[in-house]
Write a protein that binds this ligand. Structure first.
Ligand SMILES: [Zn+2]
Length: 170
């Protein structure tokens, strides 16, 4: 299957009826909230996504997404790369009430006013949740521990919390 640039939004009902399978990508440059945290602009978010109908007649959107981000280690202040991998199972709902009736193995995703799902926002939300609150190298890779004569970790430096920045963007 070809690696396609994915559509930003999709009609999940039509896609599920056709049992569509996507194997594609979003350009990271379009994911402003994720980029506010990561320094990198040239990479892609790779996404595999299946649309199906389960035995109860519910639409199911399942798959995984991965990308690499460049974060600043909060221990040594050096940049480091982190691979983000998320898996998901969604079922689209029209409103909150619909979400309450979903089986617990599904996450609800609300349809927009056109009856579509914003795939890019959805994937961006998933990936942002994967980023640690305090990004740090593994101990063995962190220069702070190698150079440190203090015998303990330096205090976390005061940097803007990426999640505060996110709130401002919303
Ligand atoms: Zn470090």
């Amino acid at each position: 299957m070809k690696n396609l640039k994915l559509p930003l939004t999709i009609d999940p009902y039509r896609s599920a009826q056709r049992r569509l399978e996507y194997n594609g990508y979003f350009e990271l440059i379009g994911l402003a909230r994720l980029l506010a945290i990561s320094e990198k602009a040239s990479e892609q978010v790779n996404v595999k996504m299946n649309f199906d109908v389960d035995e109860q007649g519910l639409i199911v959107i399942s798959g995984n997404a991965s990308t690499q981000v460049s974060l600043t280690c909060q221990r040594c202040n050096e940049p480091y790369e982190l691979e983000l991998n998320v898996t998901f199972i969604y079922s689209p709902v029209k409103n909150e009430e619909g979400a309450e009736h979903l089986p617990s193995e599904y996450d609800a995703v609300e349809l927009d006013e056109n009856g579509e799902v914003n795939l890019r926002d959805l994937m961006e939300d998933e990936l942002i949740l994967e980023i640690p609150l305090i990004p740090k190298h593994d101990l063995k890779d962190c220069s702070a521990t190698a150079d440190s004569t203090w015998g303990k970790l330096p205090e976390v430096v005061e940097k803007p919390n990426p999640f505060d920045m996110l709130k401002q963007l919303k």
